[in-house]
Design a protein around this ligand. Sequence first.
Ligand code: S6P
Ligand code: ZN
Length: 187
Amino acid sequence: AVPVPPMSIRFDQAAGTLSPEGPTLTRRMSDLEGLFRDHEAWEKAVADGDPVVYSVISSPVPEIDRELPQSITTIQPGTTGGELWMTKGHQHPNHQGEIYLGISGRGGLLMFDGTETRWVEMTPGTIGYMPPGWAHRSVNIGDEPYSFLAVYPGGAGHDYGWVLEHGMGLRALSGADGVELVDYVEG
Ligand code: S6P
Ligand code: ZN
């Protein structure tokens, strides 16, 4: 990753794009091993076309200490074993804060510090704040794609193993009146 000069980045809210654009990441169902409560339903979804669950486009600002990169995540609508489609979720290894801005669709921001859990509903215009030390996962709770802008310290990093080990405190299931939050149960 190389530093960039002062620059403007065009954020197209309707299209959910950044221009110029940096690397793009696509996460399919097979990339979400060990995260859904219903392992069999997950396996079936992988075998049954391995759908794209979410994608992340980045600005050209590099993930380097003291830089301030941005990205747009778009989570597709869907459920696996009744659990709403979501990001893997991660902890920042050196505990740094982050903000999300809701762009389109409806989502939830689930945060867990190892003891307490917080759930923030995200609609276009909502800024969700993740303090240092709170692992975070995003969930699409609607029936259209959910997109949000993330702004985060370049040196924050991503610890995905932390979530596999500690869980996220709660799980977001699709319920009769929208989202139903239930206790995290292993496996
Ligand atoms: C980075 C920020 C987001 C996520 C993205 C995908 O600090 O929180 O850009 O990376 O929403 O989620 P995940 O958990 O797969 O990295
Ligand atoms: Zn993060």
